[in-house]
Design a protein around this ligand. Structure first.
Ligand SMILES: O=C(O)COP(=O)(O)O
Length: 219
């Protein structure tokens, strides 16, 4: 049984991986194909975090649901081909995971990215690590900031929510942690700023992945 071990749930986009450019380039390519206005890569920092429907809503403000559905389909096809063009883990992420494995910590990923893409990244970039629970956005379960998926992960490890660390880079992640009664660690290398993370309940704010070691060792 895993009871007694520490547990960390990681967000994916903007926390473990720098995926902004691939997401932005793919969405812009799809928008261009349909002669729709494109966006600056930096704007996508605020489009990503709430799942694909929020990404599409943000990229297509004021357009019909029909166009949004078409864009969603085309984006998924293209993104599936280009997932790995530029996306890579942030500096320090592999070093952190190496240390966490030595400490025998329960590791999980919970993303609002479609489940199939979340799994592809876990299986390619993080296959050497023992992420026992990996969940992206699924039809069957409410997405973050609903806490249910995070709570289910804690249960699967037999961990108490108040002892689980939830690490993320957006208000959605901080809200998820708080809604689940978990410890919220906000990362400042991702898509959003310190103000957003502290206003939405971050218990800790960090600028480098290895700072997580100090937080969990001080507890
Ligand atoms: O793709 C998204 O919108 C969000 O993904 P994340 O939950 O891993 O940040």
């Amino acid at each position: 049984m895993a009871a007694g071990k520490k547990t960390i749930i990681f967000d994916l986009d903007g926390t473990l991986i720098d995926s902004l450019e691939d997401i932005a380039v793919c969405m812009n390519q799809v928008l261009k194909e349909l002669n729709l206005p494109i966006h600056k890569i930096e704007d996508y920092r605020y489009f990503v975090g709430g799942g694909i429907s929020v990404l599409v809503d943000n990229a297509l403000k004021g357009y019909s649901n029909e166009i949004k559905e078409e864009i969603t389909k085309k984006f998924k096809v293209l993104y599936d081909q280009q997932l790995h063009s530029k996306t890579k883990p942030y500096d320090g992420v592999y070093e952190l995971l190496d240390e966490l494995e030595k400490l025998d910590i329960n590791l999980a990923i919970l993303s609002n990215k479609p489940h199939e893409f979340t799994l592809q990244y876990a299986n390619s970039l993080f296959d050497k690590y023992n992420f026992k629970e990996v969940h992206g956005q699924k039809q069957t379960i409410p997405k973050k900031p609903d806490p249910i998926a995070a709570i289910n992960i804690a249960k699967s490890f037999d961990a108490n929510c108040e002892e689980v660390y939830f690490v993320g880079d957006t208000m959605v992640d901080m809200q998820t942690a708080k809604n689940a009664g978990m410890i919220a660690i906000g990362v400042l290398w991702g898509f959003r700023d310190e103000k957003e993370l502290s206003e939405h309940g971050a218990d800790f704010l960090i600028t480098h992945p290895l700072e997580i070691l100090k937080i969990i060792n001080d507890k």
